[in-house]
Design a protein around this ligand. Sequence first.
Ligand code: CAA
Length: 259
Amino acid sequence: MELKNIILEKECKIAIVTINRPKALNSINSEILKELDIVIDELCEDKEILAVILTGTGKAFVAGADISEMENLNSDEGRRFGILGNKVFRMLENMGKPVIAAVNGFALGGGCELSMACDIRIASSKAKFGQPEVGLGITPGFGGTQRLPRLVGEGMAKELIFSGKVIDAQEALRIGLVNKVVEPEQLMDEVKTLANTMAAQAPIAVKLSKAAISRGMQCDIDSGISYEAEVFAQCFSTEDQKEGMAAFIDKRDKCFKNR
Ligand code: CAA
């Protein structure tokens, strides 16, 4: 399938996925979801790519799901749209490599939800966040009711979702929705530096750390600790563990092989 709304670029060990439908502020329709599905699949398979950046063209990251596509949906169609969006966002969230959202502008509704399906959010000082769905007569549909309270706490999530209010990047930083705010012109450099730093670590250890954090956030601490012990053990059967520790002992640069 030809990508009409997404630009996929690869720079050495990192991939940059740009949602590119600026005329509609990169709002997400079914076509974009299908293209994202394909791109995520490709990036999961690509062993050379060790970190992914997600961003948008123009003044929006993503201004939500496409309201013109949703306007006349009935309940069954709404369900299908929500299930498709959630499936794709879960694929993104479950990728075995770090995914960083470079939030360049509006991240509203499905856009805020897309950023929350990423591991880390770095925002431009011009970014705006919110879940304005109730003002359109719907609930957040691509994971907002689930990921927002996990990230910022139940009270703050309820305030944002029930009011539909839009917050700026500094407020998003204050409540823990984003990791860092930078000037717009520094955003991509900042995010690429972070992505490259992650891509320089032992890939299997990064992947297993992500799996342990993700699983641990959804279960009791004893189950989480037991899963951590399992992934910790798995690392000792990798070549990269031998290489990382040998390089430290020998005081030389390490050379990870993703094995
Ligand atoms: N869906 C469809 N089209 C959208 C859109 C969206 N979510 N957001 C913006 N657009 C379109 C506008 O209709 C407009 O198109 P035309 O030029 O053809 O009129 C174009 O993008 C530019 O938008 P504006 O003229 O509105 O730009 P602005 O700078 O004045 O305002 C904005 C920017 C505040 C982001 C405003 O566009 C806006 O409020 N957008 C909708 C945000 C929103 O409600 N998002 C939630 C959607 S529901 C959802 O996401 C459900 C879910 O959880 C799955």
